[in-house]
Design a protein around this ligand. Structure first.
Ligand code: GLU
Length: 421
């Protein structure tokens, strides 16, 4: 997205811990459990050389962090991004623990990544980087231990190289060691679109529940990647009109609705929104504060903060990205009655279908797209209804409700297992 929003002022982990602390207070969690759950369990930092195409070597830094594995193997994406940090990996790993718990998956939370600009690397440099990074973190990942998946800057091809590297080390194919793979090697139907699909299922239902007619609703989407581009299409299919989108080069606005097919075609040709002439250009702050019914921040964290929260005019915000609304902004928006569909619920579709992929790989028995999508719908609707019911019963925002449900499950698992030795 366009860089008009100031950088976050607090560390990502301290923001994640602040949300956890508020939940622990509300649940009256005992001190020992609280101390365990507010820290990450395990973190690995690696520095590794990669041969560049010109024969030189560069040393890259990568991370893999596991926050909690009380409910099952660690699960979470790998991010290739120049601003990736250990602090981000810790916070995002903690979000993954809550996300898996709130939708009832038997996983703990992890996250990792490499500090790099993948778009500045050739395909062969990216492959060498991925394979060496995989080898470095193979100390702690694996199908029963910690299963990576795509995140910002990674996708099916990177997952294929990870699967192949781990399989070459094992001497046989280990498809369940990573999810978000191409279907040719054990990927699941429906995985690519799963986050956007889950988001649109929950968003449409939540709008209807509050008497907001999805048909004709105006939408702004920040980010046009795996999440933003897919949900722009699916929200349109649900009758909404997408009037603004952005990528990292530019924001686009057209009051009568954007030509999404033209924007997909532009992206497929490797173009960026800065090259597009069919709409007005807008800045990032303008996109986030447009007069729309629904805003979908689907790019990076900390996009809506105390600096711009009071200017946001959307009635509903669906958090496609992880942590795009920080806790200060949350308070402002809740006070103003803006409905926030929290990340750990609304963008959980990706990890839900990752779970389906892992199950299919382990059973070596694969499902048709229709079955994947209908099971995804079932999980998303059931989880939303649980979160919504508790929010109503306790008179709290959906985020607080989702956190209470998730933290309770992880706390119960941690407690019943006991502290070893
Ligand atoms: N990176 C995605 C997320 O943040 C997906 C993780 C997964 O599928 O394991 O939820």
């Amino acid at each position: 997205m366009v860089s008009a929003v100031p950088a976050p002022e607090r560390s990502a982990l301290s923001i994640a811990q602040r949300q956890f602390d508020a939940t622990a207070d509300a649940l009256g969690l005992d001190d020992a459990l609280r101390a365990v759950l507010r820290e990450v369990k395990r973190e690995l930092v690696v520095h590794f050389p990669v041969e560049m195409d010109d024969g030189s070597f560069r040393v890259f830094t990568g991370f893999r962090v596991q926050h909690n594995i009380a409910r099952g193997p660690a699960k979470g994406g790998l991010r290739f991004h120049p601003a990736m940090s250990l602090d981000d990996a810790r916070a995002l790993a903690m979000y993954m623990t809550w996300k898996a718990a709130v939708v009832g998956l038997p996983f703990g939370g992890a996250k990792g990544g490499v500090v790099c600009e993948p778009r500045a690397l050739s395909v062969s440099e990216l492959e060498r980087l991925t394979r060496r990074f995989t080898t470095e973190i193979s100390l702690i990942i694996g199908q029963d231990r910690d299963i990576p998946a795509p995140d910002l800057g990674t996708g099916p091809q990177v997952m294929a190289w990870i699967m192949d590297t781990l399989s070459m080390h094992a001497g046989f194919s280990v498809p369940a060691s990573v999810t978000g793979k191409p279907t040719a090697i054990g990927g699941s139907e429906g995985r690519y679109a799963a986050t956007g699909r889950g988001l649109s299922i929950v968003t449409v239902q939540a709008m209807r529940d509050r008497g907001i007619d999805p048909s004709g609703a105006r939408v702004a989407v920040q980010g046009f990647g795996k999440v933003g581009a897919v949900c722009a299409d699916l929200l349109t299919a649900a009758g909404m009109t997408v009037i603004a989108v952005s990528d990292s080069s530019a924001g686009l606005h057209r009051g009568a609705g954007l030509d999404l097919a033209a924007l997909h075609a532009l992206k497929e040709e490797g173009g960026s929104f800065a090259d597009y002439g069919g709409a007005d250009r807008i800045g990032n702050d303008e996109l986030l504060t447009l007069d729309v019914d629904l805003l979908v921040p689907a790019a990076l964290e900390a996009q809506i903060t105390r600096h711009n929260a009071d200017q946001v005019r959307a009635r509903v915000i669906a958090e496609g990205a992880n942590a795009p609304v920080d806790p200060d902004a949350d308070l402002v928006l809740n006070d103003r009655g803006v409905l926030i569909l929290p990340d750990i619920l609304v963008n959980a579709g990706g990890v839900v279908v990752s779970y389906f992929e892992w199950v299919q790989d382990i059973q070596a028995y694969f499902w048709a797209a229709g079955e994947v999508n209908s099971r995804l719908r079932e999980v998303m609707v059931r989880s939303y209804e649980q979160v919504n019911a508790r929010a109503t019963a306790e008179g709290i925002p959906l985020r607080d409700s989702a956190y209470r449900i998730a933290v309770e499950k992880v706390a119960e698992a941690t407690e019943v297992r006991g502290i070893y030795p």
